[in-house]
Each structure stands twice: as C-alpha cells, then as structure tokens.
Design a protein. Structure first.
Length: 258
C-alpha cells in the first residue's frame, strides 16, 4: 500500500523540485493502473487490507490552484480520487510562505474552487493555518493552527475535516496528541525515517520533479531500490530545514494565526 504525495502540477519549469508536469502525472497514473494498482479515496484506503500491495491513494500538499486547473481534469478522466491539504491563511492568495515564490509565484485554491472540488468528490484536509512547522510551536499556537484550519475548511466544504498533513513533514508526539484532541483521525508526513509512537501518522512517498515512473515504482515495490528511494526522499525533505529556519529568523516571535 502506498500514499503518493505531490505538490505543484505546472507545465512550465519552476524553481525547486516540488513541481510535477501534468503530462508526466497522467503518464505515471496510467502506468500504475496498467500494472494493476487500484486507487482509493482516503477513507477507503485507510480501511483497506494493509497487506494488499496493489492499493494506492494520491495526495497533494499546499492546495495550489494548479490542482484545479491541471491535476483535477487528469484525475477525473482516469477516475483517480485524491486528497488535497490546504494551508488556510493562503486560500486564494499567492504562496508567499515559500521563498521560491520570488522566482515562480503561484496561487492557492480559492474558496469557490475548494467548494466545487469537494462537491465533485475531492477529499480535503488541513495543512495548518500559516504553513509553519508545527513541531516546536507553543501549545497555544499549535492548537490554533490545528483547530482554526480545520474549522475554516469545514465551513467552506460543509464536511468534517479528518486528515492533517504536517507542513515540511515535521511532527512530534505533542503534535500528534494535539491533532487527535482537535478531532483529526490521521496525520500524514513526508519524513522518511520519523515514525509515529501510536500509529496516528501515516508515512507518504513524495513524488518530485526528478522522479520517473520507474522511480515511483521503486518507491512503492519494496526491496533495495525502495530503500534507496527512501534515503533520497529523506535528503530532499532535509532541505526544508532551510525554509523553516528562514521563517523563524523572519519572525522571532510569530504572530498568532488570524
């Protein structure tokens, strides 16, 4: 079983490695379906037999508008369900939290797009309020990040928000405990070697600009190639530490989310 995680889905080249070309996304999903993979929505996936290796689900972090314009038509045509995690302070706004946006600015989904996608079967989840690293926040700020983002998405979609993706993949037992207390049923991470103490957090396989269908198959299928891909993912995720540090230097005392 595998949870695949994407970010931007843009046809043009972008700074960084979080973008995946729409044509490559379509080719990847077609290849996986042709090799026998069954794609489930998140609730079905979590309820499925964990020993069935031919089951996958697809997630998208950051809630970029390119999901609506580029990814969703592909998913719809291939009948592949998906879950999108949204940082709620940036709904309908540019991705100013990302320092790479100085070179390639991108917008996030609007309220109307989120509502429309939700009505068409896309599952939504929280990516926090401000896309801040949740690990290390004070208990009060952590609670605000989790509860306010959850409520805002519930107000927009009219549906209960059950899932949370940790910004930058970072989490701690304290983050997990607060997420559970705030009403989430599962957390999702891209940290390759960080494990949940009580089974709350689900590990995902990041899919990046440099990943071919063969590389994604290696991530999923296990064995030595899978371990190599896991190590590669850990290196990529480590680069997020720079963005986290810049955020903390820019705001030594971060304002409370609004």
């Amino acid at each position: 079983m595998a949870v695949l995680a994407f970010h931007k889905i843009e046809p043009s080249l972008t700074v960084g490695i979080n973008n995946y070309n729409p044509r490559r996304l379509e080719k990847l999903l077609v290849t996986l379906k042709e090799t026998g993979y069954c794609f489930l929505d998140m609730e079905q996936y979590l309820a499925a037999d964990v020993h069935d290796r031919a089951i996958a689900t697809v997630t998208f972090d950051d809630g970029y508008e390119s999901f609506y314009t580029r990814a969703f038509p592909i998913l719809q045509s291939l009948e592949v369900p998906a879950t999108v995690f949204v940082p709620t302070d940036f709904i309908g706004l540019p991705d100013s939290w990302d320092y790479a946006s100085a070179f390639n600015p991108a917008r996030h989904l609007s309220r109307e797009q989120i509502r429309e996608l939700s009505d068409k079967g896309i599952t939504f989840g929280s990516h926090g309020v401000s896309h801040r690293c949740l690990a290390g926040l004070s208990p009060r700020l952590l609670k605000l990040e989790l509860e306010r983002s959850k409520k805002k998405l519930e107000d927009i979609t009219g549906r209960r928000m059950m899932f949370l993706s940790y910004p930058f993949g970072r989490f701690t037992p304290e983050v997990e405990a607060q997420a559970l207390e705030s009403g989430y049923e599962r957390g999702f991470s891209l940290a390759s070697y960080r494990t949940s103490r009580f089974g709350f957090t689900v590990s995902r396989l990041g899919v990046y600009t440099i990943d071919t269908p063969l590389a994604v198959a290696a991530k999923i299928n296990g064995g030595i190639l899978s371990r190599m891909e896991k190590f590669k993912g850990a290196i990529i995720n480590a680069y997020a530490s720079g963005t986290i540090l810049l955020h903390r230097l820019r705001a030594q005392q971060p304002p409370e989310p609004h």
